[in-house]
Design a protein. Sequence first.
Length: 398
Amino acid sequence: MSHRPSGQGLIHSTFRRFLDSETSAGLLLMIVALLAIVIANSPLASAYFAALHVSIGPMSLQHWINDALMALFFLLVGLEIKREMLDGQLSSWSRRILPGAAAVGGMVVPALIYAAFNRSDPTAAHGWAIPTATDIAFALGVLSLAGPRVPVTLKVFLTALAIIDDLGAVVIIALFYARDLNYWALGGAAVMFVALIGMNRLGGSRLAAYLVLGAALWCLIFQSGIHATIAGVLLALTIPLKLTRGMPEASHSESPLHRLEHGLQGPVAFVIVPLFGFANAGVSLTDVTLASLSEPVTFGVGLGLAAGKLVGVLGAVVLMVRAGFAGLPRSASWPQMLGIALLCGIGFTMSLFVGQLAFEDQAIQDRAKLGILIGSCVSGIAGYLMLRFSSRRARISI
């Protein structure tokens, strides 16, 4: 006799699939990023950069990837944030407090480090948010290489931290990286968002209707001066998590939010994010010297990711544990938590995205990319080594 899985079991199985897909996607992203760097420093470099600037309708190929396809990435991010906050690993304050504090520390300290190195240059200072992001796919991909010695509770902690980190990045993009605002388009976007909320409140569950209005919302936000990818997050907030009243609890896995999230995970993880990585990771290393590595933008981004994330995340965890507000994740040791804090310095996808918004000058963008690549590589290698050789039973008092 077969048994239908419980609602909690469905949440756990969904979360497990999420971890597995993110791990595989992270490994793919590493390969794609490396390929982009190799091509950008090969005889194919001119063709690579020319292809990115080919016009397709009103935008270049790179803008279609960064502004349109990445809206689907942000839609998935928004769906994950909403699900985890309402019905998952972040559904209670006791679950939110430790990863939440770690995420805040991991955003504030890197931003301060970057700002300290670039305070004398107003243009460069605009990139303060670049080292504040953690790339969940990349981080989980590296984490998977450490093998089963890492407890699942730490994977859950890292995922929860990265989700809160993504929420912070979305707020930063909306507040600090808007262009000159078109208030008519912004007003139209507000009306469209209210219509989506109204559909949700009235019990609408037709996913196609939400997507049609979401496409209109994207067009209006694209014209408004706020980055168009924010439309993905706003749409996600209106997608119903539950079905209408009277439906059995087990059927909630068929809600519009779950169906859309499930449908987006594969294309986003294995097509859209790798495309974005391939289109944006390519940076020429032919002119890189020791002097260029010490440029304030490059050094600020690299140090912000490699050291700022470590100090911010681990420092917040130590403070929360010592103050008695939270405990370490079950079965985890302090050396393993140190490894997780190091992995948080992998800021590839969202850091590249913020760098594109922060700087219009391609030369400054390239310096930021170099810092992202260096900081992410140092963090990834150091985090992997710490987790690979740390014992689950090791206990260090802090």
